[in-house]
Write a protein that binds this ligand. Structure first.
Ligand code: COI
Length: 393
């Protein structure tokens, strides 16, 4: 069977070919872990350090298409040392979370967005695309297996890591003929245990995270490893993360592994502006980024606020800070949701970003975090952003 998928990649709409059987959740096979674990106390949960009892694996081959989805005990993979993932970085991943709600259900937050992005990442590196709804169903089944390990409480959740790797043997560089899609899950606590902690950034023009025509908008493992050395270099100078600049204009693009937002005041009109870089192919299509923009456009008064996806530079930030027009800045991502910024090192000086008196963030940052948490924890319904995967009643 030959399936045709059409995916929008940057300016181009490309047709991807997936040969063989489609991904089919009804074929699921389950092998239970004979040694189920007990939930750890919330205070012991460290991001991505412990995993639940089960994992989901789905093999793919060019000849057969998607094979049998299998939920089985969490454990090592066995791969040929020549597998293309190890040599040519045929790897992509996603990150999303599941939450326990006051109605005693478990929900995933906007999983459709992650599936769409995962398919775009797969198409870009010639790994197979798949039926998004089927992987959402299968991930739901995986979470249901380990539902006792989904933590309870504000700030606590189950981090879900769908991953796809090319597994074809051999050192020739080409399209993988075999792949493995797998999903693992990790019970996690709040990124900042004691509430927000605003971070210091080094504006970075000595290394480039992404560039036009590249793959910075895809969630490929290969985008992450090269960013560690600049982070260590910034850390030597006392900064926790890099504020990634691009081009001779020194456009602000992202921060660390997150999208980034700035809030400016126009002193002439009195209007405030929430700004983030446009999705021009160099910016990851963050689900939290989209959630911030959607909620801000929905909830903030347009008489008082402009919400813009536009280019802006470190020079604009520095100048407007001097003029008292820089109000706030924060990173956005699945892991931390929002991460407030307090200082930016640039040209041997620190640009100071205001914080609320006695607090670690600005007013909008706090508001946005609350809006998103209320939806994630099921205190507020918003569109179809929460997808129920288990009803524990
Ligand atoms: C996120 O902010 O959710 C990320 O993508 C970080 C992840 C690579 C740990």
């Amino acid at each position: 069977m030959l399936q045709r998928h059409s995916l929008k990649l940057g300016k181009f709409s490309i047709r991807t070919l997936a040969t063989g059987a489609p991904l089919d959740a009804s074929k699921l096979k389950i092998t239970r872990n004979p040694n189920p674990s007990k939930p750890r106390p919330n205070e012991e949960l460290v991001f991505g350090q412990t995993f639940t009892d089960h994992m989901l694996t789905i093999p793919w081959s060019a000849k057969e298409g998607w094979g049998t989805p299998h939920i089985k005990p969490y454990g090592n993979l066995s791969l040929d040392p020549s597998a293309c993932v190890f040599h040519y970085a045929f790897e992509l991943f996603e990150g999303l979370k599941a939450y326990r709600t006051p109605q005693n259900t478990i929900t995933m937050f906007r999983p459709d967005k992650n599936m769409t992005r995962m398919n775009k990442s797969a198409a870009r590196i010639c790994l197979p695309t798949f039926e998004s709804e089927e992987l959402i169903k299968l991930t739901g089944k995986l979470i249901e297996q380990d539902k006792h390990l989904v933590p309870q409480g504000n700030g606590y959740s189950l981090y879900i890591r769908p991953t796809m790797i090319g597994t074809s043997k051999g050192l020739g560089v080409g399209t993988p003929s075999e792949a493995l899609l797998y999903v693992i899950t990790s019970p996690v606590g709040p990124y900042y245990k004691t509430g927000f902690k605003a971070v210091r950034l080094e504006a970075t023009d000595y290394a480039t995270r992404a560039w036009p025509g590249g793959v910075g908008d895809k969630k490929l493992g290969a985008n992450y490893a090269p960013c560690i050395l600049p982070q260590l270099q910034a850390a030597e100078r006392g900064y926790q993360q890099n504020l990634w600049l691009f081009g001779p204009e020194k456009n602000i693009t992202e921060v660390g592994t997150m999208n980034v937002f700035f809030v400016f005041l126009n002193k002439v009109t009195g209007k405030k502006e929430l700004v983030t870089a446009p999705l021009d192919g160099t910016i990851l299509e963050g689900v939290t980024r989209d959630s911030v923009l959607t909620l801000a456009r929905d909830k903030l008064d347009p008489q008082e606020w402009d919400i813009n996806e536009r280019y802006y530079t470190i020079t604009e930030v520095a100048t407007r800070a001097q003029q008292g027009e820089l109000l706030e800045a924060f990173g956005s991502g699945t892991a931390a949701v929002v991460s407030p910024i307090k200082e930016i090192g640039w040209n041997n000086e620190d640009i100071h970003v205001p914080l609320l008196p006695g607090e670690q963030c600005g007013a909008l940052t706090k508001q946005v975090a609350q809006w998103i948490a209320d939806i994630q924890y099921g205190r507020v319904n918003y569109g179809n952003w929460s997808k129920t995967v288990a009803d524990l009643n």
